[in-house]
Design a protein around this ligand. Structure first.
Ligand SMILES: [Zn+2]
Length: 100
């Protein structure tokens, strides 16, 4: 049986990674190359379940390791659906978006 899953918000193909804390995190497919860096601006989930800071690379790195971008970072509809639509909730909406 295929493990392929689709985002219920935007319909894109995703996968689920189990993080160290036992949570299932939806991630983008395919995986991306990365260079681990504590001050990197990207956040990836590794197949081991570790969540790391890094720089995503478009070309294969020396190690050839791949990580996965958490899907909610790029999901086009998730944010819209999770931001209150009432105008007087603007400040709350802003806080939620900065958290993502
Ligand atoms: Zn999505």
């Amino acid at each position: 049986m295929s493990k392929t899953a689709y985002c219920k918000y935007c319909g894109k193909m995703i996968d689920f990674m189990k993080t160290k804390s036992g949570k299932k995190m939806p991630v983008n497919l395919p995986g991306v190359y990365y260079f681990p860096w504590i001050h990197g601006r990207d956040k990836l989930v590794l197949p081991s379940g570790e969540v790391i800071r890094c720089e995503v690379k478009t070309e294969a790195t020396e190690s050839g390791n791949k990580g996965y971008i958490p899907h909610f970072v790029t999901c086009s509809r998730y944010k819209k659906d999770h931001v209150p639509k009432k105008p007087n909730n603007r400040s709350i909406a802003f806080n939620q978006m900065t958290m993502l």
